[in-house]
Design a protein around this ligand. Sequence first.
Ligand SMILES: N[C@@H](CCC(=O)N[C@@H](CS)C(=O)NCC(=O)O)C(=O)O
Length: 213
Amino acid sequence: MMIVHGASGSPFVRKVLVALVIKDLPYEQIQQIPFTKDPEYRKISPLGKIPVLQHGELTICDSTVICEYLEDTFTQSPLYPTDSAGKAQARWYEELGGTRVAELAAGIFFQRFMRPIVLKQETDEEVVAKIINKQLPPVLDYLETQVPVDGFLFGDFMMADMSLMSPFVNAAYAGYEIDADRWPVFTDFVARVQAHPVVSQVLAEEAIALGRG
Ligand SMILES: N[C@@H](CCC(=O)N[C@@H](CS)C(=O)NCC(=O)O)C(=O)O
């Protein structure tokens, strides 16, 4: 059985769990926290990041690399388009979701969730306001033009949809809601991705693991 190392609640771990369920692959999840200095974990994740996938003797770091491995190895229920233009677009959306979008969502999550609840520090509302009012809007303006009014980016639900949506789950945990008047298409898209049966199942299990269920 495959093993996923990574704590529930990570936008990157969430992607991998959805990919495994879509492909109907059994797995075991180890609730590994990020930022660990544990030398044993560093042996399989030299950057200390989550997730890591173990499949037999093989160890793979990085959610995108893991999902591409799953796609190449298990061909049922595709996670990526097969034509070169679609593949390139899908990679770009996954990259954007895993970099700038994830970084901004993590900024809100860190300030409003990690600092007060875990680190017992005050939220820096100036940092939060800068993200919400200055840094996120241009990203959301772009996403509003990219996602479809109905359905998913490439027809069937795929990792690109998941990657653009996943960071907003974390922002929502920290009380952030996308302004539906300003970005109606993207707001509906996020709700549609969250309502996908596999995504909603993974989110429900995540809520239980986080004690929010
Ligand atoms: N590109 C990586 C990013 C993974 C990542 O940044 N995970 C966060 C947790 S959500 C982490 O482990 N952070 C710890 C660190 O940056 O040292 C992926 O897609 O898996």
